[in-house]
Design a protein around this ligand. Structure first.
Ligand code: ADP
Ligand code: MG
Length: 504
């Protein structure tokens, strides 16, 4: 879950991170009052949307972004009247930034903040490095609105440091970074305090991302968080009702919110095949299979949806309605492997939803498992035009083709083909493990022979087959040597084949 800048700054403040005074407003009157209340000669009027790059963004009067109002969603102004004027141009209008993609976001809240006398703009963020299983602190002396450019053109100016999530960020670690950032000793001392407080805030709130750009050095050598961007691990939100309350429904996907209300795992994606599946693993596999088998038809999943094991017919109805509401869905694939979830429950839910909202798009159903006969019978007797699929591949191919048929019928024309994702062959665990060992330490044979490589073992990737026939002759002519058959090059390889069915 993401939160707004002003909400992030509340969390910063609670964790001892220096921030400036500010007031969140939703009306122009409030903006003016806030500027008066702060009483600073310079205040900053900041649009609150869940996207960065506001300072360099463009404000439009319409959602489509055709009627430009002004440049910049962050305005530094002098006095309450100017604050009101800036607020009037931002509130209710639409902001397009480098992070809003093709769309725009409506500004519904403004944060009025004290103006800051900036000496230097730094960059700081904390992320979870899953590979290192630790948080990583990322800093740069080139902070400010062009950090993306810095990362792109001079990555050496970005410094990274991992820290222990239990111990927190050590003062010695922060101090070293402070000096590497070119700060003076007084500034380094302040940097250590701010960086440690930010690290504490990151850990204690179960955040998965925290970004402060710019983290400024003021003319008084203080280190202040001038911006704030945070997102949190949804699975840990139950531990933080205060943060969960920060959720802004205006910023969330409507379908995802509806699914969340009904305790369903739903993620909106940008494809055209709506998927209803039971079980997260099967849902993931179904998405992969659509991308793989439907690529020639330009098919891609429109959503991830796991209706869960113990879903009722009502829940299935809701799920189906959520899928149908999405205008980008051009065909629906129901893929149910009945276990705890019974196929007839799914059938009943789908039929109820169709009866309530109608079915204007092709529906492909693949049912298997508990009560499959009953489920299939219910659908067959319903009079619905359902395309039955024999297995997952068949379902994906049929859904992809049906989606294009639907488009053609509507006069849109088929989707352009997508590149076929490469399928990764399954490698049994035993083989994978020994290959990993060899990669790390050199093969056992290499060690035994004192470094002299011996014949390759079975775990080494399959050798390129020796050329045969005409090709072999051509190679011989070129090299003057006969081509060796593969078997001789890999002795013992075939003697003890690994049983892939054992221990996965
Ligand atoms: P974004 O990252 O979305 O563009 P920021 O909050 O970083 O938004 O603001 C953009 C720029 O505006 C900052 O880089 C900074 O130069 C300036 N700025 C932001 N807040 C203040 C403030 N309180 N006082 C002075 N300048 C500010
Ligand atoms: Mg910023």
């Amino acid at each position: 879950m993401k939160i707004h800048e002003f909400q992030g700054k509340q969390l910063f403040k609670a964790h001892g991170v220096p921030v400036l005074r500010g007031i969140a407003c939703t009306t122009v009157d409030q903006v003016e009052q806030a500027a008066i209340q702060l009483g600073s000669p310079v205040v900053v009027v900041k649009s609150q949307i869940h996207a960065g790059g506001r300072g360099k963004g463009t404000v439009f009067a319409d959602e489509a972004g055709t009627r430009k109002v002004m440049d910049g969603g962050v305005k530094v102004v002098k006095g309450a009247a100017a604050a009101r004027e800036a607020g009037a141009k931002l509130l209710g209008n639409w902001l397009k930034t480098i992070q809003t993609g093709d769309g725009t976001k409506q500004v519904k809240t403004i944060y009025v903040e004290d103006g800051c006398q900036i000496a230097k703009e730094l960059y700081l963020s904390i992320l979870l490095d899953r590979a290192a299983a630790a948080p990583v602190l990322v800093v740069s002396r080139e902070g400010g609105m062009d950090i993306e450019e810095v990362a792109h053109h001079s990555p050496e100016k970005i410094l990274k440091l991992h820290f222990d999530p239990h111990m927190g960020l050590g003062a010695y670690q922060a101090r070293r970074l402070g000096f590497e950032l070119g700060l003076t000793p007084i500034q380094v001392n302040n940097f250590v305090k701010t960086a440690q407080a930010l690290a504490k805030c990151f850990i204690e709130t179960d955040a998965d991302m925290l970004e402060v750009n710019p983290l400024v050095v003021t003319i008084n050598d203080e280190i202040v968080a001038l911006d704030s961007k945070m997102s949190f691990d949804d699975n840990a939100l139950f531990r933080h009702p205060d943060i969960a309350a920060f959720l802004d429904p205006n910023e969330e996907d409507a379908a995802e919110l509806e699914a969340k209300k009904h305790d369903m795992a739903f993620v909106k994606l940008d494809g055209n095949i709506g998927c209803m599946v039971n079980g997260a693993g099967l849902a993931m596999a179904t998405m992969d299979a659509i991308a793989l088998y439907g690529s020639d038809q330009g098919a891609f999943p429109a959503n991830f949806l796991d209706v869960g094991g113990g879903a009722t017919a009502e829940k299935v109805t809701t799920a189906f309605k959520i899928i149908l509401k999405d205008p980008s869905v051009e065909a629906i694939l129901v893929n149910i492997f009945g276990g705890i979830m019974k196929c007839d429950t799914i059938a009943s839910g789908v039929l109820t939803a169709v009866r309530e909202v109608g079915l204007d798009r092709p529906l492909v159903v693949r049912l298997e498992g508990t009560n499959v006969a009953e489920g299939k019978k219910m659908i067959a007797e319903s009079g619905l035009t359902v395309i039955a699929a024999d297995d997952l591949k068949d379902g994906c191919v049929k859904a992809a083709k049906a989606a294009n048929a639907y488009r053609i019928a509507k006069g849109i024309g088929p989707r352009p083909a997508l590149p076929t994702p490469s399928a990764i062959a399954y490698i049994p665990r035993k083989v994978r493990k020994s290959a990993e060992k060899v990669r790390k330490s050199g093969s056992p044979e290499v060690r035994k022979s004192g470094g002299k490589p011996m014949a390759k073992t079975k775990i080494v990737a399959k050798k390129k087959a020796a050329p045969a026939g005409k090709k072999a002759k051509a190679v011989m002519k070129k090299t003057g040597k006969p081509t060796k058959p593969v078997k001789k090059a890999a002795p013992k390889a075939s003697k003890k084949p690994v049983k892939s069915s054992k221990r996965r």
